[in-house]
Design a protein around this ligand. Structure first.
Ligand SMILES: [Zn+2]
Length: 222
């Protein structure tokens, strides 16, 4: 009934979804550009961090270039309150991580935190939505409040890589770090582009005694 009054478009191609299509149309769902990074050591996402910060493994669910129609999936999730879409993609990613040998010893999941003001404006932390969906699939708790954002950084979309790094370098710190002592942490975000934010988060997390960090994101932008 709701579909008749408010037809839902597919976030990728824009075609009106049929009743049995929940998040994407079947065509777009069946051609999701999966990365297979979860089974690929030294994949392109991992190479981004070489010489910057040590992540044990890095995996993204899908990859796209800037002009790809799949880009709008993340946009709809991040800026247009399509939370169930993000939750759905997060569970797809969680299922793949569960079957990957590199991710089967994760102890705790930590989402990249949003500054409280941004969270208040947006209404939710998109990284936390993804983290919870993954946690449900791999049966691992999500910890908030350990990694915290201490400074408000302006939107990153217009800045060059060096600027981005300067912008986020000192933006994160740890609280109650004894709670993650010795853990294999899965750090989660929505998108991996330059990796500046994840690098800053990883650098902060690795200050906790004896922990290792892996990363999972919904998308990898080529
Ligand atoms: Zn579609």
């Amino acid at each position: 009934m709701i579909d008749i009054i408010y037809p839902r478009p597919c976030p990728v191609c824009g075609r009106v979804l049929l009743r049995e299509e929940r998040h994407l149309c079947l065509d777009c769902l069946s051609s999701l550009p999966f990365t297979y990074f979860w089974n690929w050591k030294d994949n392109p996402a991992e190479q981004i961090f070489w010489g910057r910060v040590y992540f044990q493994r890095v995996a993204s669910l899908i990859l796209y270039r800037d002009e790809s129609p799949y880009r709008s999936i993340i946009h709809q999730f991040k800026y247009n309150r399509q939370i169930s879409l993000g939750r759905y993609l997060g569970s797809l990613l969680g299922k793949r991580l569960r079957e990957s040998e590199s991710f089967n010893d994760i102890d705790v999941i930590i989402p990249v935190p949003l500054h409280p003001f941004k969270k208040w404006k947006r209404g939710y932390n998109q990284a936390n939505v993804v983290a919870k969906a993954i946690g449900k699939e791999i049966d691992v708790p999500v910890l908030n409040g350990i990694l915290v954002r201490t400074t408000f950084t302006s939107t990153q979309t217009t800045k060059d890589p060096l600027h981005r790094w300067k912008n986020v370098e000192k933006a994160f710190k740890l609280r109650r770090s004894h709670r993650i002592k010795g853990c294999h942490i899965l750090l989660v975000d929505d998108v991996l582009t330059t990796g500046a934010t994840l690098e800053a988060c990883g650098t902060a997390l690795l200050r906790a005694e004896g922990c290792t960090v892996s990363v999972a994101t919904l998308a990898f932008v080529e």
